[in-house]
Design a binder for this molecule. Structure first.
Ligand code: WQD
Length: 331
């Protein structure tokens, strides 16, 4: 099957295209290389394009026809919460506008299936211990809003012309499936902690008085290779099975799946995992709460198991071990 992967030169995309190539799919990557790197796409064809530019629609439609694309995995997006707060219009143009262009090109070229990269950021600060796909959506920043608007746009396009689609709500993605595919951007907790340890500095803990057992925030850390495997399962589901827009699943929950582990880990538990993986004690610096941090965000994963037959196989220890291993290998 010929699969288009937008954002395929990025951290998550590079894992997905490696799995696709390994099973013999033809992969075409569309990426603006703003964060992606050409040396991560392997033998896949790479088209460098700005998805937010109007002229890209014609180019994409021609590309999709030329290669006989059967599916798109749409990952390309801006993903910095802080930046989205200062540049909201740009985030909407990039994330919602870019998606609209991809969908227009898919309609014109008769590409029947889509897997869309969404985020647990659509939930904001959940009030329940585990969030299900039917939990209320209340994003707390423009980044999360663009992901929720993207889900709606995908659903509406599917209803309008029968495209098959799934939107995957990623929880906290980390780790490395291969040593050369580690996350090069130190924006999230796991890479930030390793950076501090390597610089001989104490990792920072944002808040130790949250309403959680040890006072630090709890998240659902999912290994990037598990996430990549979820995309393969989602791709096969939309490409091979019937339509998946399901109005009975609950408001807003029609075609969305949580992609997490179902297990929550606190910031201090992440630091403990680093102490084990590096063999050295990790002494944190406790700071005040970071604005807008919900105390606990953990996925209910039953729907992904039911729909895809997919379940995360790797735990926090493996996420941290693989992060450390990849950093050592890159020296
Ligand atoms: C995790 C926990 C911090 C750094 C964000 C986005 C989300 C998604 C992933 C996707 C929090 C704490 C962090 C540090 C710390 N984006 N922390 N010390 O905030 O759960 O989710 O990234 O593309 O949409 O909102 O992830 O990794 O920033 O933080 O104590 O140096 O670690 O307070 O509790 P978050 P994160």
């Amino acid at each position: 099957m010929t699969v288009i992967v937008t954002g395929g030169a990025g951290y998550i995309g590079a894992h997905i295209i490696r799995l696709l190539a390994a099973r013999g799919d033809d992969v075409v990557v569309v990426d603006d290389l703003s964060n992606g790197r050409a040396d991560r796409v392997g033998d896949a064809r790479l088209e460098v394009a700005d998805l937010a530019a109007d002229s890209t629609v014609d180019r994409l439609a021609a590309l999709f026809r030329e290669v006989g694309a059967r599916a798109v995995i749409h990952l390309a997006a801006r993903k910095r919460v802080d930046e989205s707060l200062t540049r909201p219009t740009w985030y909407y143009r990039q994330n919602v506008g870019g998606l609209a262009h991809v969908l227009e090109a898919m309609e014109r070229a008769d590409v029947p299936s889509l897997v869309f990269s969404s985020s647990a950021a659509v939930y904001g600060a959940p009030s329940s211990a585990l969030v299900t796909e039917a939990s209320p959506t209340a994003p707390m920043n423009p980044y999360g809003e663009t992901k929720l608007a993207g889900e709606w746009l995908v659903r509406d396009a599917a209803r309008a012309w029968g495209m098959r689609c799934l939107s995957l709500r990623y929880f906290n993605v980390a780790g490395a499936g291969w040593d050369d595919l580690h996350d090069p951007a130190a924006l999230n907790l796991v890479p930030l902690v390793l950076g501090r340890i390597r610089a001989g500095l104490p990792p920072l803990v944002f808040g130790s008085d949250h309403p959680t057992p040890d006072g630090t925030c709890i998240r659902d850390y999912v290994h990037v290779l598990d996430l990549a495997q979820a995309h393969i399962a989602a791709l096969d589901h939309v490409a091979l099975a019937g339509a998946v827009v399901d109005d009975d699943a609950g408001p807003g929950a029609d075609h969305v799946l949580n992609i997490g582990t179902g297990v929550g880990s606190s910031v201090l538990e992440v630091l403990d995992a680093f102490a084990v993986a590096t063999g050295a004690p990790v002494v944190p610096e406790l700071l005040g709460r970071r604005a807008g941090d919900p105390p606990q965000v953990v996925a209910a994963v039953d729907r992904a198991v039911d729909v895809l037959g997919w379940r995360a196989e790797r735990d926090l220890a493996e996420i941290v071990r693989s992060t450390v291993r990849a950093e050592v290998a890159a020296r």
